[in-house]
Design a protein around this ligand. Structure first.
Ligand code: ZN
Length: 181
């Protein structure tokens, strides 16, 4: 008897959000579509995480200021309990160029229960990253009231929350977490 309600296999990759009608969109709408496109890329990475009940499945994409993908990462892609943002920075292996933009499906952690360095600290210490774009705020599952926004902004790093993909992001992020109805 199996009544799985949440799929555990990746869906087909959605087509790019930009349609032929995008020429009529305002600059703000075009910018939003740009951000959503990269968040969707991060979401496809989040699907590659090995689910665990003790952490989220998150994807991250690091972009240069001109829009080139510099690095990507997803939760636990590298050994130990590595986080998506941490993996993207580790794989880059050098400081991100000035003005880089980090997309992450879920806002970076500001505090880790394990005592490890948080992703906010790693982003600040790496230098170069000017903007962090997030698809959802961190639910209070493991840490109460994540302070990512405040801690990044005080260091001069822009924090941009782009709504629209929350539902899908959370299904992926929490797909191994027990849900009783
Ligand atoms: Zn983290």
């Amino acid at each position: 008897m199996s009544t799985t309600t949440i799929t555990t296999t990746p869906p087909a990759v959605s087509p790019p959000a930009v349609s032929s009608g995008s020429a009529h969109l305002s600059p703000a709408a075009l910018e939003e579509q740009h951000h959503l496109r990269h968040l969707r890329h991060a979401l496809t990475l989040a699907w590659q995480c090995t689910p665990t009940s003790s952490a989220f499945c998150v994807g991250a994409v690091l972009l240069s200021s001109s829009g080139t993908v510099l690095s990507t990462g997803y939760s636990r892609e590298l050994p130990d309990n590595t986080h998506a943002e941490q993996v993207a920075l580790m794989k880059l292996g050098s400081p991100p160029p000035e003005g880089s933009v980090l997309y992450t499906t879920m806002e970076p952690c500001a505090k880790r229960t394990s005592g490890d360095k948080s992703c906010v600290e790693r982003i600040v210490d790496a230098g170069g990253i000017g903007t962090v774009v997030v698809g959802v705020k961190e639910p209070n599952t493991f840490v109460q009231g994540n302070q990512a926004k405040e801690l990044l902004e005080v260091k001069g790093i822009k924090y941009l929350y782009v709504p629209g993909l929350e539902r899908e992001i959370l299904v992926v992020a929490e797909r191994s977490h027990k849900k009783e109805e």
